[in-house]
Design a protein around this ligand. Structure first.
Ligand code: USQ
Length: 359
């Protein structure tokens, strides 16, 4: 982190204070929020892999404890020290699942037995990870209602891409690029598979449809949300994606591009390790961020080529054993034992000093 912060200061002339610590340590969160008194808090600090949360009981418990307790600690810290701040929280499109009706942005107006109300859109999450975000949303909405905090829940779709204009300013600012079956997301994985000659891993029929966005749009959406905060006490939801694709459509696009580049790209339909609908209706609204001025970076052949070429550059580092899916939604315990978990009661917070970079 020291290297990254110094690199950022060097290339941008701007500084970032770094406080190492865990959101699950309420005292740490309290102290940071009290010291900084932020106008806006961008909360990305969650366990964000659906397969990871489905490995076994311990990983499900870790995911929900880390995510739900962390957000709750943040809400209490805001109530005490930044009650007029704006919480920008990374949610997920996966909170809604795949209903057979249009998906609205957070809320739906329902008429029932002659009476009408606007209510939170029904949640049908597809993993214990996605459910952790559902629980967060409920806690945040409640905190806004009772304490007057304001919040934007960014229900983000599946992200692809490997860098932003800022992170590409210097190699030291590159972020991790996940391609494995646990943390890698569909399109990134497909491009890596195309580059290394591994069959593209389509789970089941491939009709699973999701909202997707380029990582460049992720950062722009956060900026747009921060620049136009909600009213005090308001809880709003933005569906943060730019285009819908089925997994099969994406695989076909990558296959075509891989072959055009002269690679030995192929496609393989695997038994689906997840429990999810494989052909279904999907039509999700996503107009709020466009209305705020988002100009989407849409998926193109050039984007796919770039991802494949980035992988080719680092091809020697790709671990082929991490491409086939190993985590099964139906198994009591998936045969994956590669992460050390901090004990849930273990203090993971570190001292509260900025790491050598001053504002
Ligand atoms: N899939 C394949 N082959 C693969 C990988 C995935 O067919 O090799 C399929 C999955 O079965 C699923 C779809 O692609 O139907 C999306 O899977 P994913 O792993 O790309 O994304 P997901 O598990 O849904 O989670 C990711 C992020 C998560 C975020 C979510 C947004 O890891 O943090 O919340 O995307 S959303 O999907 O809209 O809920």
């Amino acid at each position: 982190m020291d290297v990254r912060l110094a690199a950022w200061r060097e290339v941008s002339g701007k500084t970032i204070d770094f406080y190492p610590g865990s959101l699950t340590d309420g005292a740490v969160v309290d102290a940071v929020v009290q010291a900084v008194k932020p106008d806006a808090i961008v909360h990305f600090a969650e366990q964000r892999s659906a397969p990871y949360s489905m490995i076994d009981r311990q990983h499900a418990v870790y995911t929900q404890t880390n995510n739900v307790v962390g957000t709750l600690n943040l809400l209490y810290a805001m109530k005490a020290h930044a009650p007029h701040g704006h919480l920008i929280k990374l949610g997920t499109m996966g909170e809604y699942g795949t209903p057979n009706i249009d998906i609205e942005e957070g809320f739906i107006t329902i008429t029932h037995n002659g009476r009408t109300d606007t209510l939170p859109y029904p949640k049908q999450a597809g993993s214990f990870y996605h459910l952790s975000k559902v629980h967060d949303s409920h806690n945040i909405m409640f905190a806004c209602r009772i304490w007057g905090i304001s919040s934007t829940d960014l229900n983000q779709g599946v992200v692809y891409g490997s860098g932003t204009d800022e992170s590409e300013l210097d190699d030291r600012l590159a972020t991790r690029f996940d391609y494995d079956d646990v943390f890698g997301t569909a399109l990134n994985r497909f491009c890596v598979e195309a580059a290394v000659g591994h069959p593209i891993t389509v789970y089941g029929e491939g009709g699973q449809t999701r909202g997707f966005l380029n990582i460049r749009d992720t950062v722009r959406c956060v900026e747009l949300a921060a620049n136009t905060p909600p009213a005090p006490g308001e809880y709003r939801v933005f569906n943060q994606f730019t285009e819908q694709f089925s997994v099969g459509d994406l695989a076909a696009m990558v296959l075509e591009e891989g072959q055009r580049l002269g690679l030995s790209t192929s496609l393989q339909r695997l038994a689906n390790p997840r429990v999810e609908k494989e052909t279904h209706y999907y039509n999700a609204k996503h107009s709020a961020l466009l209305q705020l001025g988002l100009q989407p970076h849409l998926l193109s052949r050039a984007v796919i080529t770039r991802l494949i070429e980035t992988t080719l550059r680092f091809r020697g580092r790709v671990n082929l054993d991490l491409l086939a899916p190993r985590i099964n939604w139906r198994a009591v315990r998936s045969p994956v034992q590669i992460w050390r978990q901090p004990g849930l009661d273990e203090a993971v917070g570190a001292p509260l000093e900025p790491a050598g970079v001053t504002r």
